[in-house]
Design a protein around this ligand. Structure first.
Ligand SMILES: NC(=O)c1ccc[n+]([C@@H]2O[C@H](COP(=O)([O-])OP(=O)(O)OC[C@H]3O[C@@H](n4cnc5c(N)ncnc54)[C@H](OP(=O)(O)O)[C@@H]3O)[C@@H](O)[C@H]2O)c1
Length: 230
């Protein structure tokens, strides 16, 4: 049985990832900040006993450390860093604040790599050896035609830069890294006007991961297979 460990499993894209992998008989370690409030995830875990729910706030390194200690003997085939934050919406350049910017950078750009650091051994011990990072096309500098969104854009651009290094550095251990744009998806973050639903996005992402190899590791790619310019 293959194992996926995922952050941000309470709702949106994370919840759908849990659902689609568990339904294909994967063991899923589903991390969320407040399990007591993650009703949809709890219902899914009742349906699929291969789902274990774990409390982790990715901003608390001690939470990650405790989880890594609990699962230190567990090979992790797919480590999926999905949790993310947008930060304040509808702000202009005059409104940016240090506190809000640093918080989003912590969630989107720093915490995923601290998490990976603690679970790298378990990934290397696994059969598939895959790491996926949920990025965004908004982190593409080449694709930025509309400006704004300073905080979110820069946080995903930083994620991309670090993920590319990780792909290069881990290729020698046969670890493959996918940097993924999920599409504009109807979730709490994407909003109701988004173009696709979570099922469509995750179906595409699963297919990408089935084709992830040392030949395409470190690519910045959309759920439908399109390469995104950096
Ligand atoms: N939806 C889109 O159109 C879109 C487009 C491009 C990229 N993305 C990316 O896709 C990923 C998932 O987003 P989504 O659309 O599913 O949004 P969402 O519904 O807002 O879900 C965000 C998830 O991240 C979790 N999270 C936030 N801060 C966290 C923290 N400090 N510790 C642990 N978990 C935390 C949330 O947990 P709580 O329930 O505890 O708040 C929630 O599970 C994000 O990385 C996002 O940037 C989304």
């Amino acid at each position: 049985m293959k194992t996926m460990l995922i952050t941000g499993a309470s709702r949106g894209l994370g919840l759908e990832l849990v659902k689609q992998y568990a339904s294909e008989h994967w063991q899923v370690i589903a991390c969320c900040r407040q399990p007591g409030q993650a009703n949809d995830l709890t219902a899914l875990a009742e349906q699929y006993p291969s789902i274990s729910i774990e409390q982790v706030d990715i901003l608390q390194e001690v939470d990650i450390q405790c989880l890594a200690e609990k699962y230190k003997q567990q090979p992790v085939d797919l480590l999926f860093m999905n949790a993310g934050a947008y930060g304040p919406k509808g702000y202009g350049f005059d409104d940016i604040s240090t506190e809000e910017w640093l918080n989003v950078l912590h969630v989107n750009s720093v915490a995923p790599f601290i998490f990976i650091k603690y679970f790298l051994k378990q990934v290397i011990q696994s059969e598939l050896k895959q790491i996926a990072l949920m990025s965004s096309k908004m982190g593409s500098i080449a694709d930025n035609g509309s400006g704004g969104s300073y905080i979110y854009r820069s946080s995903k651009a930083a994620l991309n830069a670090a993920a590319k290094s990780l792909a290069i550095d881990l290729a020698g251990d046969n670890v493959k890294v996918a940097i993924i744009h999920p599409g504009w998806v109807k979730t709490r973050m994407g909003g109701p006007n988004a173009l696709i639903d979570t099922q469509t996005s995750i179906k595409g992402i699963k297919q990408l991961l089935e084709n992830l190899s040392l030949e395409n590791t470190g690519s910045f790619v959309a759920y439908d297979g399109q390469l995104i310019p950096w």
